[in-house]
Design a protein around this ligand. Structure first.
Ligand code: FAD
Length: 462
């Protein structure tokens, strides 16, 4: 550790008190990894700082600027792309002490929150007031609102309701100079100046530090029901989705599991799934209670026309949870196949989804890799979950080659390499497959404007 970093830590301990600054090797090691599950840990942070307020953040940033030390923000560390891995030394900013829900304003339909609030806790509080914040990454019981804003998280309900990008009205940001700015307004509309809010959502902690967020809320749908159905081919499943939308029904969720995902879940978490089918759809409908039965009948009719088997409908909360459990268990089941498991989030226009699914299977077969495919058919995204043994050098090489080909395929099908997980460190080498050099150069210029010394999560994204 350099003398200047040692001095920085000394100053931080003095100003923020020693119990808010971790600096032993053992303590820092715990923050070296995130859910990207990187193969080798090569760098650990120099310190981990627990901030309690915006003024703490300003204080840390000014000191880090003085010593030119990187700052890497960290919520719950559940991003899957190495977005909060420390690659060039520096301090981790931990937001677990900035976890207040400042206000849920029923009249304005907004929530004002600190970044460290756990998303699941926030949704529970919001729903108590009859309102709804739709973005629902499936690990919302642990991930934070700050992390999900910084990664532009999506979730199962993106198809109908949009993702985090569509629900952030205003952010309080501490800039790399230690200034405090607001990016928008607390109003539903805003045509005043550039849309800085949108720029910061998905910026992965590289442009500024989120210290407060104002979220847009909507009325909570009165009722919801989930259906599961199996198909002989992926094409039949996608056709059913197109027909449902043709009938002007917009399900809250249309999720997908392929044969491997169905079989793997059934192997480890038996739920009576039909293992001889090529694909299954999990469809959630919501709205006024009276509309549910109407939507359900039309959808059932369409599913039958598309050759669906064993259509299940939830009639109560227990059945609702049981159906969702099968879809949500996929990653956990896949993790039991090998010591490690990886996931991804490629997305294409929905018309190309079946081609993407078949293409990914072919690529994984070619490289002799297992893959469980789940995804959100409604929005065209696929999560290839690939179990792998990192100790097996040859398998790791095949995995890397398969990844690159999956991104080439996605680009060829008019898609993009991340729909919701972000780019971080792990996918930055591939970003030029889908974003032109000129566009990336503009992004780099934006980074320089907000962070001229390159201290905020340096070298992530590109
Ligand atoms: C099992 C599993 C399931 C998942 N399912 C989904 C899913 O369905 N949909 C989906 O979209 N994602 C999903 N993810 C990814 C993950 O949920 C999101 O990336 C998540 O929202 C990140 O939140 P976090 O608090 O863990 O952030 P972290 O991982 O700690 O950080 C993520 C990024 O945010 C930055 N950051 C954190 N706080 C701040 C701040 N205050 N200011 C500025 N930058 C900040 C970090 O520097 C980093 O770049 C899943 C992940 C796992 C492990």
């Amino acid at each position: 550790m350099s003398i200047s970093t040692k001095n920085l830590i000394k100053e931080l301990k003095k100003d923020l008190t020693a119990d808010n600054v971790l600096s032993t090797k053992e303590e820092c090691y715990a923050y070296a990894q995130d859910a990207s599950n990187s193969r080798i840990i090569t760098n650990i942070p120099d310190a981990v700082v627990f901030v309690r307020s915006t003024s703490d953040v300003v204080d840390v940033v000014k000191k880090a600027k003085k010593y030119k030390t990187p700052i890497i923000c960290r919520g719950a560390g559940t991003n899957t792309v190495g977005a909060c891995r420390v690659e060039h030394g520096g301090i981790i900013l931990n937001f677990s002490k900035m976890n207040k829900i400042i206000e849920i304003n029923k009249k304005n339909m907004t929530a004002t929150v600190q970044p460290g609030v756990v998303l699941g806790d926030l949704l529970t509080e919001i729903e108590k007031s009859g309102l709804f914040y739709p973005p629902d990454p499936s690990n919302l019981k642990v991930s934070t609102i700050g992390g999900s804003i910084a990664q532009a998280s999506g979730g199962a309900k993106t198809f109908k309701y949009g993702s985090t990008k569509n629900y952030i009205l205003n952010l309080e940001i501490v800039t790399a100079n230690g200034e405090i700015i607001k990016t928008g307004s607390d109003t539903v509309k805003n045509a005043t100046g550039y849309n800085l809010t949108s720029l910061f959502v998905g910026s992965e902690g590289t442009l500024g530090i989120i210290t407060e967020a104002v979220l847009k809320l909507i009325p909570k749908p009165e009722a919801a029901e989930v259906m599961m159905a199996y198909f002989d081919t992926v094409e039949d499943a996608v056709k059913a989705v197109d027909m449902i939308i043709d009938q002007k029904i917009m399900p809250a969720t249309i999720d997908f599991m392929d044969k491997n995902a169905i079989n793997t879940v059934e192997k480890f978490y038996p739920a009576g799934l039909l293992c001889d089918k090529d694909a299954a759809l999990v469809i959630e409908i919501d709205g006024m209670a009276e509309s549910i039965i109407y939507q359900q009948k039309i959808i059932e009719n369409i599913l039958n026309k598309c050759g669906a088997s064993a259509i299940q409908v939830s009639h109560n909360q227990e059945e609702y949870e049981r159906i969702w459990m099968a879809r949500r268990s996929s990653m956990g089941a896949c993790a039991k196949l090998k010591p490690n498991v990886t996931t991804d989030d490629v997305i294409v226009p929905r018309q190309n989804l079946a081609k993407l699914v078949h293409g990914i299977r072919e690529i994984c077969d070619k490289y002799n890799l297992d893959t469980c495919l789940v995804g959100h058919v409604g929005d065209g995204s696929v999560h290839p979950q690939i179990p792998i043994d990192y100790r097996n050098e040859d398998e790791y090489k095949r995995f890397k080659m398969a990844k690159a080909e999956i991104y080439d395929l996605t680009a060829a099908l008019g898609g993009i390499i991340s729909g919701e997980h972000g780019i971080g460190a792990d996918k930055r080498q591939y970003i030029s497959k889908v974003i032109s050099k000129t566009t990336l150069d503009y992004m780099r210029e934006i980074k320089k404007v907000f962070d001229p010394d390159n201290i905020l999560n340096p070298y992530k994204i590109f």
